[in-house]
Write a protein that binds this ligand. Structure first.
Ligand code: GLC
Length: 593
């Protein structure tokens, strides 16, 4: 696979000397706040099989009609998520933010963005979701903060050499006048990673590091204030009943303080450094001090699978997003290779894998899988790459059943359950994503997967907000056929497929956490088949080729992503099967595809 698939910067990971982190600290644990809200404690292993739905608040549902999604909108739609059958919601950052990077530039970790609502509403939402059996996972962004955060403002004001600047990476520039950047590290948003400050008298000053935009200065994780602050933020939200945190850019926090260039030393100066494991051990101690299992989920773009699963050792994170599978092309052999290596690497650390088809950063599966090149890589993104939406939808539906049948937990990005495509014709002047404009306009950016959801009705905003309101990004007119309302009325819709799959996943003990056994002779002689069995007689069969295949006669179809006729599964489709002889528990029969 191309190295650019798994690193934002396009870097191939080099050999690292020490693959083992230092030993676990024993401090960091605390007693939860009196009267804190707690998720249920009946199932401490809930996260190993959970179905987690990702809510990008800004684009989920708009309660007050200002064009931006909000917590009122989410609260009103909790019954929808209950009906869909999810176990938890992961919210992208919902904190106050100038929105230089869609909320990943946080100016206050202990409050809610004023366009989204209030802290009281967030607490109410967490309680209401729990009452429906849905846990809440929030996003924490430890690598950087907003340049408007009080710490950074204080650092700018205090000047060179001050204690306030120690919390960041302020450095004099190189060269005689200090006007050369301290390192040539490249941002995953492309471009340079240092910005020069101005002294109060107008003269050029020190430079500060930002691995993303200049509005997102990197924190110095060697500083005790930075560690204490984040541990406190974790407690703040665990006290309010959140069941876990998604850790943004989790492999980037620690930098080599010598500021070497990439390649100058055996280990990378800014990515996947061994010292990170200590940070997550102390976070795990905090999570474990709370009742009900509170989980740590890492966003880790590390291509070496063993270095990736090192973050999932029993005293570190619970799980991490499995981006290897997401990046794979539509190809049975490639899928199988990814699944096999993922499961093999997770087994020794005892962590379940996660399965992720998309999120707020990547091109929607319907669009991706309809292209000639179906693999995903950030650096490949361009305007005007043709796609076949009907083929893409068939494959996205098939992929949804495939990942829902694999061992581990499952993530669903909002709108994937509706089969929404990427919106690729947004008016350029409306695109806000820094990935777009930092690429000089070559990369379309990520707003195309962040277009507000269509809920109902025939015209925009399709129930996203009250009639007559305008959504912050425009929705295509043809989304009238993709609304929740339209799909609820259509038994063949993608929404129904997801609902049936999630219902079966709850009913069938074979699904979720556990093992998988490849089933090589499920269909003899047909190319492009991926088939595996789970437990006593459940099987999943994916036909990635074009031609239909005859399904094994001694199995019945529990669910299929496309109509099965005369026992034949069409191309670009998946079927869930039950052995007629060995499957012990097929009742109640939720659906027959
Ligand atoms: C993560 C987020 C992405 C954000 C970046 C910087 O990759 O998923 O949306 O832009 O971190 O915080």
């Amino acid at each position: 696979m191309d190295s650019d698939v798994l690193t934002r910067s396009g870097r191939a990971y080099g050999a690292a000397s020490d693959r083992r982190g230092p030993s676990a600290p024993t401090d960091g644990a605390t007693t939860p706040r009196e009267g804190s809200v707690s998720p249920p404690q009946d199932d401490p292993l809930w996260w190993r099989s959970a179905v987690i739905y990702q809510v990008y608040v800004r684009s989920f549902a708009d309660g007050n009609g200002d064009g931006t999604g909000d917590l009122a909108g989410v609260r009103a739609r909790l019954p929808y998520l209950k009906d869909l059958g999810v176990d938890a919601i992961w919210f992208n950052p919902w904190y106050p933010s100038p929105m230089a990077d869609g909320g990943y530039d946080v100016s206050d970790y202990r409050d809610i963005h004023e366009q989204f609502g209030t802290l009281d509403e967030a607490e109410a939402l967490i309680r209401e979701a729990l009452a429906l059996g849905i846990r809440t996972i929030i996003d924490v962004v430890p690598n950087h903060i907003s340049d408007q955060h009080e710490w950074f403002q204080a650092a700018l004001a205090a000047g060179p050499g001050s204690a306030e600047r120690e919390r960041f990476w302020f450095h004099p520039g190189k060269g005689e006048n200090g006007d050369e950047i301290p390192t040539r590290w490249v941002s995953s948003f492309q471009g340079e990673t240092w910005t020069r400050t101005m002294e109060p008298d107008g003269s050029p000053g020190e430079w500060y590091l930002h691995m993303f935009t200049p509005e997102q200065p990197d924190l110095n994780w060697n500083h005790p204030d930075v560690r204490r602050e984040h541990e406190d933020v974790l407690r703040f939200w665990f006290d309010r009943g959140v069941a876990g945190v998604r850790i943004d850019s989790a492999a980037l926090l620690i930098k080599d303080a010598d500021l070497p260039e990439v390649g100058e030393k055996p280990d990378h100066p800014t990515e996947d450094r061994d010292e990170l494991h200590d940070v997550y051990r102390s976070w795990r101690a905090i999570a474990d001090s709370y009742p009900g299992t509170r989980v740590l989920v890492g966003e880790i773009w590390v291509p070496d699978i063993e270095r990736f699963t090192a973050y999932l050792r029993p005293d570190e994170m619970h799980t991490a997003f499995n981006f290897d599978f997401l990046a794979r092309p539509w190809n049975a052999a490639s899928f199988r290779a990814s699944i096999t290596s993922t499961l093999a690497a997770h087994a020794p650390v005892g962590a379940p894998s996660t399965w992720v088809l998309s999120n707020h950063d990547v091109t929607r599966p319907v669009t991706r899988y309809g292209r000639e090149d179906t693999a995903f890589a950030f650096l490949k993104k361009r305007f005007g790459v043709p796609t076949d939406p009907s083929l893409g939808l068939d494959r996205a539906r098939a992929a949804a059943l495939l990942v829902a049948a694999l061992p581990g937990s499952l993530y669903i990005y909002q709108g994937d359950e509706l089969g929404l495509p990427e919106v690729e014709d947004l008016p350029p002047q409306l695109i806000e994503d820094p990935m777009h404009y930092r690429s000089g306009g070559i990369d379309p950016g990520r707003d195309g997967c962040r277009v507000p959801l269509p809920w109902s009705g025939q015209t925009a905003p399709f129930g996203f907000g009250p009639d007559g309101s305008r959504s912050w990004l425009p929705q295509p007119a043809f989304w009238a056929t993709l609304t929740v309302e339209a799909q609820l009325a259509d038994p063949a819709s993608t929404l129904h497929l997801y609902k049936q799959a999630l219902r079966l996943r709850r009913q069938l003990p074979e699904l979720g956490d556990g093992d998988l056994e490849w089933w090589d002779d499920a269909v003899s002689g047909a190319p492009g088949i991926l088939a595996f069995r789970r437990g006593e007689g459940f099987a999943c069969l994916v036909n990635t080729a074009e031609d239909p295949v005859a399904l094994p006669a001694d199995h019945e179809v529990l669910l299929a992503s496309a109509p099965v006729q005369d026992g034949r599964l069409p191309g670009n489709a998946t079927a869930w099967l039950a052995s007629r002889t060995t499957h012990p528990s097929r009742e109640p029969a939720a659906s027959r595809g």
